[in-house]
Design a protein around this ligand. Structure first.
Ligand SMILES: [Mn+2]
Length: 383
């Protein structure tokens, strides 16, 4: 007899999406899209005959979630009954006094883990899910610090929000640090985790990160969706990723080397955007356009113009342009000897060549870039 669970994490309900450049209507559509993703997870769990949906934290964002989100969650979870809902709060939805978790009356099928040490919940014959909660956003405890479990036999799963230290992406915060080797060592057949937004299914280490259900930044590629976890009668654990995202995030690289005018820059950006969005529904696509290459400093790369043109050309719901170009510094680009422009460029370039450290050198490169743009009469957009 096997048991099925549907595992999700990092939904981030009520997210502002300001980091993706979303405002107004688009930000609202993205937030409604997160609610839709949760509802679809419930339908999937019912279709797949799941005993429970497990949520590995960051279900919502505490700073933005209010009474309406609480009601939405309580009603949605109640509609999933008799499927059980197991929740292990994370850093964005920490179990604080006055939080959505604390002040909501949850339906009987919801089980909230409320201590920052693993507590057991018997789920089925011979199957126990252990979970914990982040009680404050900055909690740095090790979720697997407690005693080993399972001395009495049976299958034991861990459900928590935490940062596996062997696979931490650059710059990702360390909330609830742990080592993958401790999962099995502590008697768990699997760790159903949350925190990293990229899907990671690692049967060898018994570690699962489902990733966020929809892309939350431009770097969050697809596919995305819940992961179906099947616990066999023999204690084996199987993982089946489901692809269910409705939104897409893409980055288009536009090489604008040799552009003579903003029109050339716009053309290159639109061509790259069309390639990157091929086959996607534009009205649910978030597109970042990176402008790269060496460009004459007299040519404007105005981001707002590029974004407007790309949005118009591709129909993408959201467009963000990044100027990653470097100034073209050939003699022809600097103009004739004896001009202020050439004298300025040579002086700064020489200083940059002999700069004592990287920070100073980068600062001089910015000086050169903005200075030449100003002398060339171009619109200067800060990067
Ligand atoms: Mn998260």
């Amino acid at each position: 007899m096997s048991t099925r669970l549907l595992h999700i994490a990092d939904l981030h309900l009520d997210r502002a999406f300001a980091g993706m450049g979303c405002q107004g209507e688009l930000a609202i559509r993205r937030r409604l899209g997160l609610r839709d993703a949760l509802r679809r997870a419930g339908r999937t769990a019912a279709d797949q005959g799941c005993t429970a949906i497990t949520i590995g934290g960051d279900l919502y964002e505490h700073d933005r979630a209010g009474a309406d989100t609480a009601t939405f969650l309580a009603d949605t979870f109640a509609s999933w009954s008799p499927i059980r809902v197991l929740i292990a709060p994370g850093n964005h939805d920490a179990l604080l006094a006055g939080s959505v978790y604390s002040r909501t009356e949850w339906p009987a099928n919801v089980h909230l883990f409320v201590t920052n040490e693993m507590a057991p919940l018997p789920l089925a014959e011979g199957l126990t899910v252990w979970g914990l909660a982040h009680l404050e956003p900055a909690w740095q405890g090790n979720p697997l610090a407690g005693e080993a479990v399972g001395g009495d036999g049976g299958v034991h799963l861990a459900l928590f929000h935490g940062a596996e230290l062997g696979s931490r992406p650059d710059g990702k915060s360390i909330h609830g640090p742990f080592h993958a080797a401790d999962i099995r060592e502590h008697g768990f057949a699997a760790a159903l985790s949350g925190h990293y937004h990229r899907r990671r299914i690692d049967p060898a280490k018994a570690l699962l990160y489902p990733g966020s259900l929809e892309p939350l930044t431009f770097d969050e590629s697809e596919p995305r969706g819940p992961v179906l976890v099947t616990i066999g009668g023999d204690g084996s654990v199987g993982y089946e990723p489901l692809n269910d995202n409705r939104w897409n995030a893409r980055t288009a690289i536009a090489d604008v080397s040799g552009a003579h005018s903003l029109a050339d820059v716009v053309d290159a950006a639109c061509a790259a955007a069309a390639l990157a969005c091929a086959g996607l529904e534009p009205e649910r696509t978030m597109l970042r356009v990176d402008l790269v290459g060496e460009i004459d400093t007299a040519v404007s790369t105005d981001s707002f113009t590029v974004e407007t043109a790309v949005r118009d050309g591709s129909g993408a719901a959201g467009v963000r342009a990044r100027d990653l170009t470097t100034p073209l510094l050939g003699l022809a680009a600097l103009g004739p000897e004896g001009t202020v422009r050439a004298a300025f460029a040579r002086a700064v370039a020489q200083a940059a060549a002999t700069a004592s450290d990287d920070e100073h050198r980068r600062s001089l490169e910015d000086t050169l870039r903005y200075g030449l743009q100003a002398l060339g009469g171009a619109e200067i957009g800060l990067r």
